[in-house]
Design a protein around this ligand. Structure first.
Ligand SMILES: Cc1cc2nc3c(=O)[nH]c(=O)nc-3n(C[C@H](O)[C@H](O)[C@H](O)COP(=O)(O)OP(=O)(O)OC[C@H]3O[C@@H](n4cnc5c(N)ncnc54)[C@H](O)[C@@H]3O)c2cc1C
Length: 397
C-alpha cells in the first residue's frame, strides 16, 4: 500500500514561530487597539513604525521576506500558520509587516525584479524602511473587475516611457515610497498589452488627489485616488518584461489572495473567542447565553466556517508550495474564506448584542473591515464566473 502524501502537522520551526507570533500579538499588539493613531484611514506610519520595532525586538518581523533581507522566506504553508496568528489582531499584520499591499509586492518583486531593482526597491521594502503601493484599478470606464479595460497609457518617447492616467482605491498610496503601476503599452505588436513600471511616489508628476473615506480602516495609508500626469520613466523602470504585465500580475495574484484569507481567518478566530467568552458569562432567561440553542448554534456555525476556511487555505497553500499555479483553488479559497469569515463576523456581532455594535470590542471594526474583502482581489461574482467558465470549458474538476 502506498503512503499517502497528506499531513496536517506543521514543521516544528513553523509551529514554534506561529506560537511566538500568537504570544506577541496577544501580549504586545492587542493593547495598541485603542491607540488614537489607528484612524479611519488606517494606522498611521508612526504607529506602524512603533509596532514594527516591537516585532523586530520579539524576533517575529517580516518572516516571509527573503533571507538576504533578514526574513525566513516562509513557505505558503508557513505563511498560513504565521499570518493567521498575526491576524488575531487587525494590527498584527501591520506589526509583522505582512499586510497588503506590501506583503504581495515583496513577493512580486522577489520573483520578477532585476538585481538592481531588488537593491533599490525590494531591499528597503522587505526591511520595513519604506512602504509601497500597487496601482491597477481605475475609475469607470477603466480597469476594475475586468483588467482588460485598462486606460492608463505608457507611451514610448525615445528611451523613456511617459505614463498618463488615473488610478483609484490604491491602498497605502499616501505615504508610500514607490508604486508598481500597471499601464497599457502601445506600439508595434503591443496593442492591448500591459506593462508594469516602478516609480518613486515623490515624482512631481504623481499626485494623490484624495484619500477615500471607506468602510474599512485597517490598511496603513488608507485608499487613495492617484493621478499620473506625464510621468516620465527611464527604460529600466520596467518591472519584468514589456507587454507581460498581466502575466507578471499572476505571480502576485494567487498568493496575495490567499494571504488575505490567512490574515482574516485570524480575525475571525478572535471574534469567535470574544463571542464565546461573552456567551459563557452573560445570562438571559435564567442561564448563560451559550446554553440557549440559538446562540450555541451560532457558535457552532462559526466553528464550522472557521474550519472550512482553514482547510481551504491549507490545501491551496500546499498546492502553491508544490509549484502549482492553483488559480482555481485560490479563487475558490477567496470566495469560501471571504464569505465564511463575513458570516463569522456577523454572528459574533449578533451574539454580543448591543455591545457588538460598539467599539468596546474589535468585532465592530472587524465586521465593517471584512466587508470589503468580498470585493478586493476579485469580487466573489468574478471568481465564481471564472471557476464556472473553467468547468464549462474543461469539465468538472
Ligand atoms: C478596500 C479595497 C482596497 C483596494 N486596494 C487596491 C489596490 O491597492 N490596488 C488596486 O489596484 N486596486 C485596489 N482595490 C480595487 C479592487 O481590486 C477592485 O475594487 C475590484 O477589482 C473590483 O473592481 P471595481 O471596484 O471596479 O468593480 P466593478 O468592476 O465595477 O464591478 C462591480 C461589481 O460587478 C459585479 N461583476 C463584475 N464582473 C462580473 C462578472 N464577470 N460576473 C458577475 N458579476 C460581475 C461584481 O459584483 C462587482 O462587485 C481595492 C478595493 C478595495 C475595496
Amino acid at each position: 500500500m502506498h503512503q499517502l502524501d497528506m499531513n496536517f502537522s506543521l514543521p516544528p520551526r513553523v509551529s514554534e514561530l506561529a506560537d511566538r507570533v500568537k504570544a506577541f500579538v496577544n501580549e504586545t499588539v492587542v493593547p495598541f487597539e485603542k491607540d488614537k493613531r489607528w484612524t479611519s484611514h488606517g494606522p498611521t506610519d508612526a504607529l506602524r513604525r512603533e509596532l514594527n520595532a516591537l516585532a523586530r525586538k520579539a524576533g517575529v518581523f517580516a518572516p516571509h521576506a527573503p533571507a538576504e533581507y533578514g526574513g525566513q522566506h516562509l513557505s505558503h504553508i508557513g505563511r498560513a500558520a504565521v499570518f493567521t496568528a498575526a491576524g488575531y489582531s487587525m494590527l498584527g499584520p501591520v506589526a509583522l509587516h505582512c499586510a497588503a499591499p506590501d506583503e504581495g509586492n515583496i513577493h512580486l518583486l522577489d520573483v520578477v525584479a532585476r538585481p538592481d531593482q531588488r537593491e533599490r526597491y525590494l531591499k528597503p521594502l522587505a526591511t520595513g524602511d519604506v512602504r509601497s503601493c500597487f496601482c491597477m484599478t481605475e475609475p469607470a470606464p477603466g480597469a476594475g473587475s475586468d483588467p482588460g479595460q485598462l486606460q492608463t497609457t505608457a507611451r514610448r518617447d525615445g528611451n523613456d516611457w511617459v505614463i498618463d492616467g488615473e488610478k483609484w482605491l490604491i491602498t497605502g498610496a499616501e505615504g508610500a515610497a514607490f508604486a508598481i503601476i500597471m499601464a497599457k503599452t502601445s506600439g508595434a505588436g503591443m496593442e492591448g498589452a500591459a506593462t508594469m513600471f516602478l516609480a518613486d511616489m515623490s515624482d512631481p508628476a504623481i499626485t494623490i488627489e484624495r484619500t477615500l473615506d471607506t468602510i474599512d480602516s485597517s490598511f496603513v495609508g488608507g485608499h487613495a485616488v492617484v493621478r499620473f500626469n506625464g510621468l516620465r520613466l527611464p527604460a529600466d523602470a520596467v518591472l519584468g518584461e514589456i507587454g507581460q504585465g498581466f502575466r507578471h500580475a499572476q505571480v502576485r495574484l494567487a498568493p496575495a489572495r490567499l494571504t488575505h484569507c490567512m490574515r482574516w481567518l485570524g480575525a475571525a478566530i478572535r471574534a469567535q473567542d470574544i463571542a464565546t467568552e461573552y456567551a459563557r458569562r452573560r445570562t438571559a432567561f435564567g442561564k448563560p447565553l451559550g446554553e440557549h440553542e440559538g446562540v450555541s448554534f451560532m457558535l457552532a456555525d462559526n466553528a464550522m466556517d472557521i474550519h472550512q476556511a482553514q482547510l481551504t487555505i491549507w490545501h491551496t497553500a500546499w498546492l502553491l508550495d508544490k509549484g502549482e499555479r492553483a488559480s482555481t483553488e485560490s479563487s475558490m479559497a477567496k470566495v469560501i474564506c471571504s464569505e465564511a469569515i463575513a458570516r463569522v463576523a456577523d454572528r459574533a456581532l449578533q451574539i454580543l448584542g448591543g455591545l457588538g455594535t460598539t467599539r468596546d470590542t474589535v468585532v465592530e471594526r472587524f465586521y465593517r473591515d471584512v466587508r470589503a474583502f468580498r470585493i478586493y482581489d476579485g469580487p466573489s461574482e468574478v471568481h465564481r464566473w471564472a471557476i464556472g467558465r473553467r468547468i464549462v470549458t474543461h469539465g468538472a474538476r
